[in-house]
Design a protein around this ligand. Sequence first.
Ligand SMILES: [Mn+2]
Length: 433
Amino acid sequence: MQIITTHQSMDFDALASVVAATLIYPDAVAVVPKTVNPNVKAFLSIHKDMFEMYRVNDIDLSAVSGLIVVDTNKWSRLDRMEALKNNSGLEVWMWDHHDPVDCDLEPDWKCQESIGANITLMLRAIRDAGIEISPIQATLFLSGLYEDTGNLIFSSATAEDAYTAGYLLEQNADLSILRTFLQPAYGEKQKDILFEMLKNASRRSINNYSVSINTAHIDGHINNLSLVVHMYREIVNVDAAFGIFVQPENEKCIVIGRSVVEEINIGSIMRSMGGGGHPGAGSAMLKSVSPVSLKEWIVELLKGNQESSIQIYDIMSYPVFQVPPDMPMKEVAEILEEKGCTGLPVSEDGRLVGIISKRDFKKLKKPSQFSAPVKAFMSTKNITITPDRSPMHAARLMVKHDIGRLPVILDGSIIGIVSRSDAMRYFYDALPD
Ligand SMILES: [Mn+2]
Protein backbone atom coordinates (compact mmCIF):
# COMPACT_ATOMS: atom_id res chain seq x y z
CA MET A 1 0.00 0.00 0.00
CA GLN A 2 1.11 3.54 -0.76
CA ILE A 3 0.12 6.44 1.46
CA ILE A 4 0.26 10.21 1.05
CA THR A 5 0.81 12.40 4.08
CA THR A 6 1.82 15.89 5.17
CA HIS A 7 2.83 17.93 8.21
CA GLN A 8 0.92 18.32 11.46
CA SER A 9 -1.07 21.53 11.93
CA MET A 10 -2.15 20.97 8.36
CA ASP A 11 -2.63 24.27 6.54
CA PHE A 12 -4.23 24.91 3.16
CA ASP A 13 -1.01 24.37 1.21
CA ALA A 14 -0.53 21.00 2.95
CA LEU A 15 -4.12 19.86 2.33
CA ALA A 16 -3.99 21.11 -1.26
CA SER A 17 -0.74 19.19 -1.81
CA VAL A 18 -2.26 15.99 -0.36
CA VAL A 19 -5.28 16.27 -2.66
CA ALA A 20 -3.01 17.06 -5.63
CA ALA A 21 -0.90 14.00 -4.77
CA THR A 22 -4.00 11.78 -4.98
CA LEU A 23 -4.31 12.93 -8.60
CA ILE A 24 -0.67 12.21 -9.35
CA TYR A 25 -0.66 8.87 -7.47
CA PRO A 26 -4.22 7.57 -8.00
CA ASP A 27 -3.55 4.28 -6.18
CA ALA A 28 -2.24 5.93 -3.01
CA VAL A 29 -4.35 6.63 0.07
CA ALA A 30 -4.40 10.06 1.72
CA VAL A 31 -3.57 9.93 5.44
CA VAL A 32 -3.89 13.32 7.11
CA PRO A 33 -2.54 14.36 10.51
CA LYS A 34 -4.70 14.77 13.58
CA THR A 35 -3.92 18.46 14.01
CA VAL A 36 -5.48 20.68 11.38
CA ASN A 37 -5.49 24.49 11.25
CA PRO A 38 -8.89 25.99 12.15
CA ASN A 39 -9.60 27.50 8.74
CA VAL A 40 -8.74 24.21 7.02
CA LYS A 41 -10.98 22.38 9.51
CA ALA A 42 -13.84 24.70 8.59
CA PHE A 43 -13.22 24.05 4.88
CA LEU A 44 -13.11 20.28 5.44
CA SER A 45 -16.28 20.26 7.52
CA ILE A 46 -18.19 21.43 4.48
CA HIS A 47 -16.23 19.62 1.77
CA LYS A 48 -15.68 16.37 3.66
CA ASP A 49 -17.41 14.17 1.07
CA MET A 50 -15.32 15.57 -1.75
CA PHE A 51 -12.07 14.15 -0.48
CA GLU A 52 -11.37 10.65 0.73
CA MET A 53 -9.02 10.84 3.67
CA TYR A 54 -7.87 8.62 6.51
CA ARG A 55 -6.16 9.03 9.86
CA VAL A 56 -3.09 7.11 10.85
CA ASN A 57 -5.18 4.93 13.24
CA ASP A 58 -7.31 3.76 10.30
CA ILE A 59 -4.46 2.10 8.50
CA ASP A 60 -2.02 -0.71 9.09
CA LEU A 61 1.38 1.00 8.98
CA SER A 62 3.22 -2.30 8.60
CA ALA A 63 1.49 -2.81 5.24
CA VAL A 64 2.83 0.47 3.86
CA SER A 65 5.41 0.01 1.12
CA GLY A 66 5.39 3.52 -0.30
CA LEU A 67 5.27 6.89 1.49
CA ILE A 68 4.58 10.10 -0.39
CA VAL A 69 5.37 13.14 1.76
CA VAL A 70 4.18 16.58 0.70
CA ASP A 71 4.92 20.08 2.06
CA THR A 72 7.54 19.02 4.62
CA ASN A 73 10.95 17.38 4.69
CA LYS A 74 11.05 16.17 8.28
CA TRP A 75 9.95 12.97 9.98
CA SER A 76 9.21 14.90 13.18
CA ARG A 77 6.56 16.99 11.45
CA LEU A 78 4.60 13.90 10.42
CA ASP A 79 1.87 12.49 12.63
CA ARG A 80 2.94 9.14 14.20
CA MET A 81 4.80 7.84 11.14
CA GLU A 82 8.08 6.97 12.86
CA ALA A 83 7.17 3.25 12.81
CA LEU A 84 7.44 3.31 9.02
CA LYS A 85 11.21 3.62 9.35
CA ASN A 86 11.22 -0.10 10.26
CA ASN A 87 9.42 -1.17 7.09
CA SER A 88 12.11 -2.77 4.99
CA GLY A 89 12.18 -1.61 1.41
CA LEU A 90 9.97 1.40 2.15
CA GLU A 91 10.04 3.73 -0.81
CA VAL A 92 9.75 7.46 -0.09
CA TRP A 93 8.77 10.23 -2.47
CA MET A 94 8.97 13.84 -1.32
CA TRP A 95 7.51 17.06 -2.66
CA ASP A 96 8.64 20.05 -0.64
CA HIS A 97 9.28 23.76 -0.89
CA HIS A 98 10.89 24.37 2.53
CA ASP A 99 14.50 25.18 3.16
CA PRO A 100 16.39 21.86 2.95
CA VAL A 101 18.38 22.72 6.11
CA ASP A 102 17.77 20.01 8.76
CA CYS A 103 15.87 17.92 6.22
CA ASP A 104 15.96 14.38 7.65
CA LEU A 105 13.72 12.52 5.22
CA GLU A 106 15.85 10.56 2.81
CA PRO A 107 13.55 10.08 -0.16
CA ASP A 108 14.18 7.78 -3.11
CA TRP A 109 12.75 10.49 -5.31
CA LYS A 110 12.15 14.13 -4.59
CA CYS A 111 10.93 17.39 -6.03
CA GLN A 112 12.48 19.96 -3.71
CA GLU A 113 12.55 23.60 -4.69
CA SER A 114 12.33 26.97 -2.99
CA ILE A 115 9.06 28.32 -4.25
CA GLY A 116 6.18 30.25 -2.68
CA ALA A 117 3.74 27.37 -2.28
CA ASN A 118 4.21 23.62 -2.42
CA ILE A 119 1.01 23.28 -4.45
CA THR A 120 2.78 25.14 -7.27
CA LEU A 121 5.26 22.25 -7.56
CA MET A 122 2.45 19.68 -7.56
CA LEU A 123 0.49 21.58 -10.19
CA ARG A 124 3.51 21.70 -12.46
CA ALA A 125 3.38 17.88 -12.55
CA ILE A 126 -0.42 17.76 -12.82
CA ARG A 127 -0.40 20.07 -15.82
CA ASP A 128 2.51 18.24 -17.48
CA ALA A 129 0.55 14.99 -17.16
CA GLY A 130 -2.57 16.60 -18.62
CA ILE A 131 -4.66 15.78 -15.54
CA GLU A 132 -7.85 17.81 -15.33
CA ILE A 133 -8.94 19.44 -12.11
CA SER A 134 -12.40 20.39 -10.88
CA PRO A 135 -13.43 23.90 -9.77
CA ILE A 136 -13.52 22.71 -6.14
CA GLN A 137 -10.01 21.32 -6.43
CA ALA A 138 -8.91 24.56 -8.10
CA THR A 139 -10.43 26.53 -5.20
CA LEU A 140 -8.60 24.44 -2.61
CA PHE A 141 -5.32 24.64 -4.55
CA LEU A 142 -5.58 28.41 -4.89
CA SER A 143 -6.33 28.72 -1.14
CA GLY A 144 -3.07 26.92 -0.44
CA LEU A 145 -1.19 29.05 -2.92
CA TYR A 146 -2.56 32.32 -1.53
CA GLU A 147 -2.04 31.32 2.08
CA ASP A 148 1.61 30.32 1.66
CA THR A 149 2.50 33.33 -0.49
CA GLY A 150 0.47 35.91 1.50
CA ASN A 151 -1.62 36.51 -1.63
CA LEU A 152 1.59 36.56 -3.67
CA ILE A 153 3.31 39.33 -1.70
CA PHE A 154 5.74 37.32 0.45
CA SER A 155 9.27 37.57 -0.91
CA SER A 156 9.27 33.78 -1.37
CA ALA A 157 6.55 34.06 -4.05
CA THR A 158 7.83 33.39 -7.59
CA ALA A 159 6.56 34.10 -11.08
CA GLU A 160 5.56 30.45 -11.35
CA ASP A 161 3.34 30.83 -8.28
CA ALA A 162 1.62 33.77 -9.96
CA TYR A 163 1.21 31.91 -13.28
CA THR A 164 -0.19 28.97 -11.37
CA ALA A 165 -2.69 31.28 -9.64
CA GLY A 166 -3.76 32.45 -13.10
CA TYR A 167 -4.15 28.85 -14.25
CA LEU A 168 -6.30 28.02 -11.20
CA LEU A 169 -8.56 31.01 -11.88
CA GLU A 170 -8.93 29.68 -15.44
CA GLN A 171 -10.02 26.39 -13.92
CA ASN A 172 -12.79 28.31 -12.15
CA ALA A 173 -11.38 28.57 -8.66
CA ASP A 174 -14.11 30.27 -6.66
CA LEU A 175 -12.78 33.44 -5.05
CA SER A 176 -15.79 34.01 -2.82
CA ILE A 177 -15.47 30.54 -1.26
CA LEU A 178 -11.76 31.06 -0.94
CA ARG A 179 -12.27 34.42 0.80
CA THR A 180 -14.70 32.90 3.27
CA PHE A 181 -12.25 30.24 4.37
CA LEU A 182 -9.00 32.13 4.11
CA GLN A 183 -10.47 34.96 6.13
CA PRO A 184 -8.90 34.22 9.44
CA ALA A 185 -10.94 33.79 12.56
CA TYR A 186 -10.20 36.99 14.44
CA GLY A 187 -12.31 36.87 17.57
CA GLU A 188 -12.57 38.30 21.08
CA LYS A 189 -9.68 36.23 22.44
CA GLN A 190 -7.33 37.32 19.66
CA LYS A 191 -8.43 40.93 20.13
CA ASP A 192 -7.72 40.82 23.88
CA ILE A 193 -4.22 39.45 23.28
CA LEU A 194 -3.48 41.98 20.56
CA PHE A 195 -4.58 44.86 22.85
CA GLU A 196 -2.46 43.48 25.67
CA MET A 197 0.56 43.28 23.35
CA LEU A 198 0.01 46.79 22.02
CA LYS A 199 -0.07 48.19 25.56
CA ASN A 200 3.43 46.84 26.16
CA ALA A 201 4.70 47.40 22.65
CA SER A 202 8.29 48.47 22.34
CA ARG A 203 10.64 48.53 19.41
CA ARG A 204 14.36 48.29 19.12
CA SER A 205 16.96 48.40 16.42
CA ILE A 206 19.00 45.27 15.71
CA ASN A 207 21.55 45.44 12.87
CA ASN A 208 19.65 48.52 11.72
CA TYR A 209 16.31 46.76 11.42
CA SER A 210 13.38 47.68 13.60
CA VAL A 211 12.24 44.73 15.65
CA SER A 212 9.61 44.24 18.31
CA ILE A 213 9.62 41.26 20.67
CA ASN A 214 6.56 41.00 22.87
CA THR A 215 5.65 38.56 25.63
CA ALA A 216 2.02 37.70 26.40
CA HIS A 217 0.49 35.22 28.82
CA ILE A 218 -2.31 33.10 27.48
CA ASP A 219 -4.84 30.77 29.05
CA GLY A 220 -5.08 27.40 27.38
CA HIS A 221 -5.03 26.94 23.64
CA ILE A 222 -5.77 29.93 21.43
CA ASN A 223 -6.17 29.63 17.68
CA ASN A 224 -4.60 31.92 15.16
CA LEU A 225 -1.91 33.49 17.30
CA SER A 226 0.06 33.90 14.09
CA LEU A 227 -2.63 36.27 12.87
CA VAL A 228 -2.25 38.30 16.08
CA VAL A 229 1.51 38.62 15.47
CA HIS A 230 0.84 39.50 11.83
CA MET A 231 -1.48 42.36 12.85
CA TYR A 232 0.82 43.42 15.67
CA ARG A 233 3.74 43.79 13.23
CA GLU A 234 1.65 45.92 10.92
CA ILE A 235 0.40 48.22 13.66
CA VAL A 236 3.75 48.64 15.45
CA ASN A 237 5.24 49.06 11.97
CA VAL A 238 8.48 47.15 12.40
CA ASP A 239 10.56 45.08 10.00
CA ALA A 240 10.09 41.99 12.16
CA ALA A 241 7.87 41.12 15.10
CA PHE A 242 7.99 38.22 17.54
CA GLY A 243 5.31 37.12 19.97
CA ILE A 244 6.35 34.94 22.89
CA PHE A 245 3.15 33.34 24.19
CA VAL A 246 3.51 31.84 27.62
CA GLN A 247 1.21 29.08 28.78
CA PRO A 248 2.10 28.82 32.49
CA GLU A 249 -0.04 25.74 33.25
CA ASN A 250 2.08 23.45 31.03
CA GLU A 251 5.29 25.53 31.08
CA LYS A 252 5.08 25.97 27.35
CA CYS A 253 6.17 28.95 25.27
CA ILE A 254 5.07 29.42 21.69
CA VAL A 255 7.23 31.78 19.66
CA ILE A 256 5.76 33.21 16.47
CA GLY A 257 7.67 35.50 14.14
CA ARG A 258 6.85 37.61 11.14
CA SER A 259 9.26 39.56 8.94
CA VAL A 260 8.88 41.72 5.88
CA VAL A 261 12.55 42.16 5.11
CA GLU A 262 14.61 39.55 3.32
CA GLU A 263 17.54 40.05 5.66
CA ILE A 264 15.62 38.71 8.65
CA ASN A 265 14.86 35.09 7.86
CA ILE A 266 12.25 33.93 10.37
CA GLY A 267 12.43 30.34 9.16
CA SER A 268 16.13 30.02 9.95
CA ILE A 269 15.71 31.72 13.34
CA MET A 270 12.87 29.35 14.23
CA ARG A 271 14.85 26.33 13.06
CA SER A 272 17.59 27.32 15.50
CA MET A 273 14.92 27.17 18.21
CA GLY A 274 13.65 23.76 17.12
CA GLY A 275 10.73 25.05 15.08
CA GLY A 276 10.35 25.92 11.43
CA GLY A 277 8.85 28.18 8.82
CA HIS A 278 9.46 30.35 5.83
CA PRO A 279 11.61 33.49 5.42
CA GLY A 280 8.58 35.65 6.24
CA ALA A 281 6.78 33.58 8.87
CA GLY A 282 7.48 30.81 11.32
CA SER A 283 7.04 29.45 14.80
CA ALA A 284 8.61 27.29 17.48
CA MET A 285 7.33 25.63 20.61
CA LEU A 286 9.58 25.43 23.65
CA LYS A 287 9.17 23.78 27.03
CA SER A 288 10.57 24.86 30.39
CA VAL A 289 12.32 27.95 29.05
CA SER A 290 11.75 31.31 30.68
CA PRO A 291 10.29 34.02 28.43
CA VAL A 292 13.11 36.36 29.44
CA SER A 293 15.83 34.01 28.24
CA LEU A 294 13.78 33.29 25.11
CA LYS A 295 13.74 36.97 24.33
CA GLU A 296 17.50 37.16 24.79
CA TRP A 297 17.91 34.13 22.55
CA ILE A 298 15.88 35.74 19.77
CA VAL A 299 18.00 38.90 20.05
CA GLU A 300 21.19 36.85 19.80
CA LEU A 301 19.87 34.97 16.77
CA LEU A 302 18.85 38.22 15.13
CA LYS A 303 22.29 39.68 15.71
CA GLY A 304 24.13 36.63 14.43
CA ASN A 305 21.98 34.82 11.93
CA GLN A 306 21.10 37.56 9.54
CA GLU A 307 21.55 36.93 5.90
CA SER A 308 24.43 38.96 4.54
CA SER A 309 22.73 42.22 3.89
CA ILE A 310 23.49 44.95 1.42
CA GLN A 311 24.58 48.14 3.14
CA ILE A 312 24.76 51.75 2.03
CA TYR A 313 28.50 51.20 1.74
CA ASP A 314 27.80 48.86 -1.21
CA ILE A 315 25.57 51.22 -3.17
CA MET A 316 26.90 54.72 -2.39
CA SER A 317 28.87 56.79 -4.88
CA TYR A 318 32.36 57.99 -3.99
CA PRO A 319 34.59 59.92 -3.95
CA VAL A 320 32.23 62.79 -3.45
CA PHE A 321 32.81 66.11 -5.11
CA GLN A 322 32.18 68.80 -2.50
CA VAL A 323 32.00 72.56 -2.74
CA PRO A 324 32.97 75.15 -0.12
CA PRO A 325 30.23 77.38 1.40
CA ASP A 326 31.70 80.53 -0.12
CA MET A 327 31.67 79.32 -3.73
CA PRO A 328 29.48 81.57 -5.91
CA MET A 329 26.29 80.02 -7.25
CA LYS A 330 27.49 80.54 -10.82
CA GLU A 331 30.46 78.22 -10.28
CA VAL A 332 28.27 75.67 -8.50
CA ALA A 333 25.93 75.65 -11.51
CA GLU A 334 28.89 75.00 -13.82
CA ILE A 335 30.12 72.11 -11.65
CA LEU A 336 26.64 70.54 -11.53
CA GLU A 337 26.49 70.79 -15.31
CA GLU A 338 29.97 69.39 -15.80
CA LYS A 339 29.47 66.47 -13.36
CA GLY A 340 26.01 65.73 -14.67
CA CYS A 341 24.59 65.47 -11.18
CA THR A 342 21.59 67.08 -9.55
CA GLY A 343 23.11 68.00 -6.22
CA LEU A 344 26.33 68.30 -4.20
CA PRO A 345 27.28 68.43 -0.55
CA VAL A 346 28.66 71.72 0.74
CA SER A 347 31.45 71.20 3.24
CA GLU A 348 33.98 73.06 5.27
CA ASP A 349 37.12 71.25 6.54
CA GLY A 350 35.58 67.95 5.49
CA ARG A 351 32.45 68.57 7.62
CA LEU A 352 29.07 68.75 6.00
CA VAL A 353 27.39 72.15 6.27
CA GLY A 354 24.65 71.81 3.67
CA ILE A 355 23.42 70.38 0.40
CA ILE A 356 22.91 72.30 -2.81
CA SER A 357 20.66 70.82 -5.47
CA LYS A 358 19.37 71.94 -8.85
CA ARG A 359 16.02 72.56 -7.19
CA ASP A 360 17.59 75.28 -4.99
CA PHE A 361 18.39 77.31 -8.10
CA LYS A 362 14.68 78.14 -8.33
CA LYS A 363 15.23 80.38 -5.31
CA LEU A 364 17.38 82.70 -7.46
CA LYS A 365 15.19 85.59 -8.56
CA LYS A 366 17.66 87.96 -10.23
CA PRO A 367 20.90 87.44 -12.21
CA SER A 368 23.04 89.20 -9.58
CA GLN A 369 22.27 86.40 -7.15
CA PHE A 370 24.49 84.08 -9.25
CA SER A 371 27.50 85.77 -7.63
CA ALA A 372 26.15 85.14 -4.11
CA PRO A 373 27.74 82.29 -2.12
CA VAL A 374 26.18 78.84 -2.14
CA LYS A 375 25.65 78.97 1.63
CA ALA A 376 22.84 81.49 1.07
CA PHE A 377 20.77 79.01 -0.97
CA MET A 378 21.81 75.59 0.21
CA SER A 379 19.55 73.40 2.29
CA THR A 380 20.81 72.96 5.81
CA LYS A 381 18.50 70.12 6.84
CA ASN A 382 21.60 67.93 6.67
CA ILE A 383 19.89 64.57 6.83
CA THR A 384 22.67 62.02 6.62
CA ILE A 385 23.16 58.28 6.80
CA THR A 386 25.93 56.00 8.05
CA PRO A 387 27.49 53.40 5.70
CA ASP A 388 26.19 50.43 7.70
CA ARG A 389 22.50 51.19 7.17
CA SER A 390 20.25 49.44 4.67
CA PRO A 391 19.11 50.78 1.27
CA MET A 392 15.55 50.55 2.60
CA HIS A 393 16.47 52.90 5.43
CA ALA A 394 17.93 55.37 2.92
CA ALA A 395 14.75 55.20 0.84
CA ARG A 396 12.63 55.87 3.93
CA LEU A 397 14.72 58.91 4.89
CA MET A 398 14.45 60.32 1.37
CA VAL A 399 10.68 59.93 1.37
CA LYS A 400 10.25 61.28 4.90
CA HIS A 401 12.35 64.41 4.32
CA ASP A 402 11.60 64.81 0.62
CA ILE A 403 15.24 64.84 -0.37
CA GLY A 404 17.02 63.21 -3.27
CA ARG A 405 20.41 62.45 -1.79
CA LEU A 406 21.98 61.57 1.51
CA PRO A 407 25.61 62.26 2.39
CA VAL A 408 27.19 59.16 3.93
CA ILE A 409 28.99 60.13 7.10
CA LEU A 410 31.62 58.15 8.95
CA ASP A 411 33.32 59.65 12.03
CA GLY A 412 32.06 63.08 11.07
CA SER A 413 33.43 63.10 7.50
CA ILE A 414 31.65 62.63 4.21
CA ILE A 415 32.79 59.34 2.69
CA GLY A 416 30.17 59.05 -0.03
CA ILE A 417 26.75 60.02 -1.19
CA VAL A 418 23.70 57.93 -1.89
CA SER A 419 21.14 59.34 -4.27
CA ARG A 420 17.60 58.43 -5.25
CA SER A 421 19.00 56.85 -8.40
CA ASP A 422 21.46 54.71 -6.40
CA ALA A 423 18.54 53.49 -4.30
CA MET A 424 16.37 52.86 -7.37
CA ARG A 425 19.16 50.94 -9.05
CA TYR A 426 19.47 48.78 -5.96
CA PHE A 427 15.75 48.08 -5.68
CA TYR A 428 15.17 47.35 -9.35
CA ASP A 429 18.40 45.94 -10.74
CA ALA A 430 20.71 44.78 -8.06
CA LEU A 431 18.42 42.88 -5.74
CA PRO A 432 20.50 40.00 -4.44
CA ASP A 433 19.13 36.62 -5.50
MN1 LIG B 1 3.59 25.04 2.37
